[in-house]
Design a protein around this ligand. Structure first.
Ligand SMILES: [Zn+2]
Length: 233
């Protein structure tokens, strides 16, 4: 009788260890995935920033072209000033030159500001590039660590599965089919240690008759959660 109770207790502990290892194994690819997501996100924001800088640079180049064309027009008008035949023509040219010069001064200021903005974006791009490098390094480190962890967890898993098989062989025949049916569905939840007349799986109270059955090593199923019951130490 004591043997049955010890076997059930051991099986419950082994199933809990199995669940813990399986949960830790499942976490491994998730950790790697999270590191990959970070790399991808940083890379995407770097690309986006670079594209934005390119667009700003292109816009500034276009503005510079306008500035140059207008400067050429001003030069042209300056030359024509010397060949003027009337005062009126001279004044008109003078006015046009002034208007264009004002426009160009304004545009030159605008271009200067645009370059300052581009500089700021380039500084931000540098920061993102650094983060991208860090994220890649972090991914590599995570990949190595996760690999090591998986290997060690699989060794533990093998060891515990062997222990499970050998412990299961000590289960009395009348327990076997119910035990197999329940553990295949819910793992560690298939067993419940009873303490203070309560099922340790669902915390519902059990009857005195059930407690008596549990203590005498009879196959006893919790009326609430359906777990196989055994007495806690
Ligand atoms: Zn229960």
């Amino acid at each position: 009788m004591t043997t049955v109770l010890n076997v059930l207790r051991d099986l419950h502990r082994i199933h809990q260890q199995l669940a813990d290892i399986q949960e830790r194994l499942e976490r491994c690819p998730k950790l790697l995935h999270a590191a990959q997501v970070k790399v991808n996100q940083t890379e995407a924001s770097l690309q986006e920033k670079k594209l934005h800088i390119q667009q700003l640079q292109l816009a500034s180049k276009e503005q510079e072209l306008i500035l140059e064309e207008r400067a050429a027009k001003i030069d042209d008008r300056q030359a024509r000033l010397k060949e003027c035949s009337s005062n009126k023509e001279y004044q008109t040219l003078k006015d046009e030159i002034q208007t264009e010069e004002e426009a160009n001064n304004e545009l030159a200021d605008k271009i200067l500001l645009a370059y300052e903005v581009i500089d700021q974006h380039q500084a931000q791009a540098k920061e993102i590039e650094d983060s991208f490098g860090e994220a890649q390094q972090e991914y590599d480190t995570t990949a190595v660590n996760v690999g090591k962890r998986e290997t060690s967890l699989k060794v533990d898993l093998d060891r515990i599965q062997t222990e499970l098989a050998s412990t299961e062989s000590g289960l009395p025949s009348e327990f076997v089919s119910e035990y197999q049916r329940l553990t295949s569905k819910r793992g560690a939840g298939a067993l419940g240690g009873v303490s203070n007349n309560c099922c340790g799986n669902c915390y519902q109270q059990i009857t005195a008759q059930m407690m008596n059955n549990v203590l005498t090593g009879k196959l006893t199923i919790c009326g609430s959660c359906g777990a196989i019951l055994y007495p806690e130490e």
